[in-house]
Ligand binder design. Structure first.
Ligand SMILES: NC(=O)C1=CN([C@@H]2O[C@H](COP(=O)(O)OP(=O)(O)OC[C@H]3O[C@@H](n4cnc5c(N)ncnc54)[C@H](OP(=O)(O)O)[C@@H]3O)[C@@H](O)[C@H]2O)C=CC1
Ligand SMILES: O=C1O[C@H](COP(=O)(O)O)[C@@H](O)[C@H](O)[C@H]1O
Length: 393
């Protein structure tokens, strides 16, 4: 039936039979992926030998843990070859995320600094100023780690931490991402803070005794030559005091502090993914004036100001175009997905079994105070007294 309709549409467009391209976007619950894929395979494939194609796009969640994700991958893998499968993660379509490769590998500035000798810690942060709002039932089955951290933030981590790929070919980039994921050490319970906002369980679709975290701070350590000992702090939460997603790279103190300016704060390189794309370097300068004193200032690239009149495409807009072009660079490969689940599955099972409990936090707050304490323990030094004066457009 569907095949007939598609064929009808194709012929109405004057295409030669079998000469069109078929893209199926599965915006469906993952439980039906295998049966839907089987039906596509059986009845709706492009029968052409004219070099045209059939592709499928699958949305997260790709499983709930390592076992279920692997089962899903095998079921779909029996029906479609890897080059036909596009596992979408919309963070990989964001402008500032796509810019990471260029920033890191097309600039001499960063090359010598991007390592454990200079960087003290890295934060990758996502927060929303609204709760689950009508999606409580869905969200409660997954929680913030499966919803945001295991996919979106981990993908960003890969791009921040990976080695330079030998080329820009999708497979070469994805090879490097997999290496990072495979180098992540097992997560320690004491390096995790979970939270649940007060009022979350008032949603009638959320069970009264839900143990699902709506907030998490998790420290990951990458066991390789570049990153050993550098905490990658992944923070995500719902119903917090503002909406933002950013990467904050904090550098070590300058050795031999002749200006005695250490207390004013460390150098930081911040890439704000949203809202309003920007990147800025917090750095020390001489306080303008007669005294030889220091003040923290910034080198600032605010996209809205720098690229006036330029429309930044939506993440999905780019990614769907990539599926049509057949470019898998910004999609998750099967082994990448497996390695991502390997990192989080033991922790997720401990939470699912009730062995780890979320700490309640007030909606509209910063989340549990324990998360900021963990950050400090990990070595993050908060800047006090830095004032940013927004440029005028
Ligand atoms: N181009 C632009 O648009 C620029 C904008 N700015 C703006 O200037 C302001 C200051 O910038 P910046 O110093 O980089 O960022 P912030 O002062 O917002 O945050 C700096 C760090 O301190 C943490 N933090 C904030 N409050 C607390 C707290 N009470 N306890 C513990 N940790 C805390 C933040 O954590 P968390 O991430 O969890 O909040 C973050 O890691 C921001 O609003 C920023 O957006 C600055 C430069 C350029
Ligand atoms: O995948 C998801 O992302 C959104 C946030 O996306 P953003 O592009 O606005 O940052 C989040 O609200 C949702 O819970 C999650 O499933």
């Amino acid at each position: 039936m569907l095949d007939k309709e598609i064929s009808k549409h194709e012929t109405s467009k004057n295409s030669l039979e079998g000469s069109s391209r078929r893209l199926f976007y599965l915006a469906l619950p993952p439980s039906v992926y295998p049966s839907v894929c089987r039906m596509i395979r059986r009845y709706c494939m492009n029968k052409s030998n004219l070099g045209r194609w059939t592709r499928i796009v699958v949305e997260k969640p790709f499983g709930r843990d390592l076992g279920s994700a692997e089962e899903l991958s095998s079921q779909i893998g029996e029906l479609f070859d890897e080059p036909q499968i596009y596992r979408i993660d919309h963070y990989l379509g964001k402008e500032s995320v796509q810019n990471l490769l260029v920033l890191r590998f097309a600039n001499r500035f960063f090359l010598p600094l991007w390592n454990r000798d200079n960087i003290d810690n890295v934060q990758i942060v996502f927060r929303e100023d609204f709760g689950t709002e009508g999606r409580g039932g869905y969200f409660d089955e997954y929680g913030i780690i499966r919803d945001i951290i295991q996919n979106h933030l981990l993908q960003v981590l890969c791009l921040v931490a990976m080695e330079k790929p030998v080329s820009l070919k999708p497979e070469r980039i994805r090879d490097e991402k997999v290496k990072v994921l495979q180098s992540v050490l097992p997560i320690k319970d004491e390096e995790v803070v979970l939270g649940q906002y007060e009022g979350y369980r008032d949603d009638p679709t959320v069970p009264d005794h839900s143990n699902t975290p709506t907030f998490a701070t998790i420290i990951l350590l990458i066991h390789n030559e570049r990153w050993e000992g550098v905490p990658f702090i992944l923070k995500a939460g719902k119903a917090l005091y503002s909406r933002k997603a950013e990467i904050r790279v904090q550098f070590k103190d300058v050795p031999g502090d002749i200006f005695k300016c250490k207390k004013q704060g460390r150098n930081e390189f911040v890439i704000r993914l949203q809202p309003s794309e920007a990147m800025y370097m917090k750095l020390m300068v001489k306080q303008p004036g007669l005294e030889m004193s220091t003040v923290q200032s910034e080198l600032d690239l605010s996209y809205r100001q720098r690229y006036q009149g330029v429309t930044i495409p939506e993440a999905y807009e780019r990614l769907i175009l990539d599926t049509i072009r057949g470019d898998q660079q910004h999609f998750v490969r099967r082994d990448e997905l497996k390695a991502a689940w390997e990192i989080f599955t033991p922790l997720l099972h401990r939470i699912d079994n009730g062995e780890m409990k979320p700490i309640p936090y007030q909606a509209g707050s910063r989340g549990p105070a324990e998360a900021d304490e963990l950050l400090e323990k990990a070595g993050y030094v908060q800047t006090h007294g830095y004032i940013w004066i927004p440029p005028t457009l």
